[in-house]
Design a protein around this ligand. Structure first.
Ligand code: ZN
Length: 362
């Protein structure tokens, strides 16, 4: 019964040469030639990369000789056809080999785990980063937030024409005050001379409303809906969460520990150009905004009708507010469902002549 082997002999390559071997009684034949040696003088050892490869070796005058089965099948044939005393040695060696193989597999497993650990940690951080950002944002002191907000407000409004005076600004300040009663923030309300339909909130209590938005509204309730929503981005520290999230763990820890340098503060303020929030945060602002309207006794329909109106507005460029607040079918339906959920509440019409306010801007 012949089997494939690697043949090692003086004068052959050190990695061996392919050959065929067979036992015939007590004699070993390699490539059809009898090995001139007694099989009791043949030793068995394990070698190879994992020390799991069987070697039969013997010594002759020319030097050391060895054969090694080429594969698992050859190994079985070698052991099955070997004469009795040698077969016993080979079986013992095969057991050793499989034990060593198991151990080396285990070793590779542990090694693999050690190499994978950093990757797993990074994965965990990415997976949980919103939670970590949320936690860190929740631990920022009001003082730090105000510092950051002041800087961010200056950056965000650089080059804008802001004012706090005028009947439009006065109306916004009054509606805003109703929507933020009992808040920890000292709100500041501004009107920006800007025809684009937009409004935005900056951490620490800054709210800016463009004249374009005031012009696009048909009632104070519509503006109140936008304000109620924007205020929640401040109250719920959504911007801080965004900043912490995009600046990473270093910022999260620095903020939570109150160890915040001016360089990092600047980095964070710069992140404010990214005013987009996740869908979850937007929907949280919608829901809490509606509750704020309820608490202030302001009718909620303005919030829905305003976004719905912007959505249906035809024209080349969509209003800026919609780029950060998509008035999708989903969102409109969710808003209406929230209103139905909360139930109706008594509301007095807001005491502003919106047509007159719009006219005063021109
Ligand atoms: Zn929003």
């Amino acid at each position: 019964m012949e089997f494939d082997i690697l043949y090692f002999a003086p004068g052959l390559p050190s990695h061996g040469e392919k050959a065929r071997a067979a036992f015939n009684g007590d004699a070993l034949f390699v490539n059809g030639r009898r090995v001139e040696i007694s099989l009791t003088e043949v030793g068995v050892t394990l070698g190879g990369f994992n020390h799991d490869q069987l070697f039969l070796f013997w010594h002759q005058e020319e030097g050391r000789f060895a054969i090694s089965p080429a594969d698992a099948n050859a190994q079985s044939l070698l052991i099955d056809s070997a004469p009795a005393p040698l077969a016993g040695l080979l079986q013992g060696a095969r057991k050793d080999a499989s034990r060593k193989q198991r151990r080396s597999r285990l070793g590779l497993g542990v090694l693999g785990l050690i190499l994978l650990l950093p990757l797993l940690l990074i994965g965990l951080l990415v997976w949980k980063s919103h939670d970590i950002a949320g936690w860190a944002a929740g631990h920022i002191s009001i003082e730090n937030e105000q510092q950051l907000g002041e800087l961010a407000f200056k950056q965000a409004t650089a080059g804008m024409k802001l004012r706090e005076g005028g009947i439009d600004a006065a109306a916004i300040q009054e509606i805003g005050a109703r929507l933020t009663q009992g808040s920890t923030y000292a709100y500041k309300w501004y009107v920006a001379e800007d025809p684009s339909v937009n409004a935005f909130a900056v951490p620490g209590g800054y709210v800016v409303v463009n004249t374009g938005l005031i012009q696009a509204a048909d009632s104070a309730e519509e503006v109140a809906g936008v304000l109620a929503h924007e205020v929640q981005h401040i109250e719920r520290r959504h911007t801080l969460k965004n900043i912490v999230h995009s600046l990473g763990l270093r910022a999260a820890l620095a903020l939570a520990l109150g160890d915040i340098g001016s360089g990092m503060l600047g980095d964070m303020a710069a992140q404010l150009s990214e005013l987009r929030f996740s869908r979850d945060l937007e929907s949280e602002s919608d829901r809490l905004g509606l509750l704020a309207l309820k608490q202030a006794g302001i009718a909620p329909q303005g919030m829905v009708s305003f976004f719905d109106k912007l959505r249906r507005q035809e024209g080349a460029a969509p209003p800026a507010l919609l780029s950060t607040h998509p008035a999708s079918e989903d969102r409109m339906q969710a808003l209406q469902a929230m209103i139905n959920d909360i139930g109706s509440w008594p509301a007095q019409p807001l005491p502003y002549d919106w047509t007159a306010i719009k006219a005063a801007e021109k």
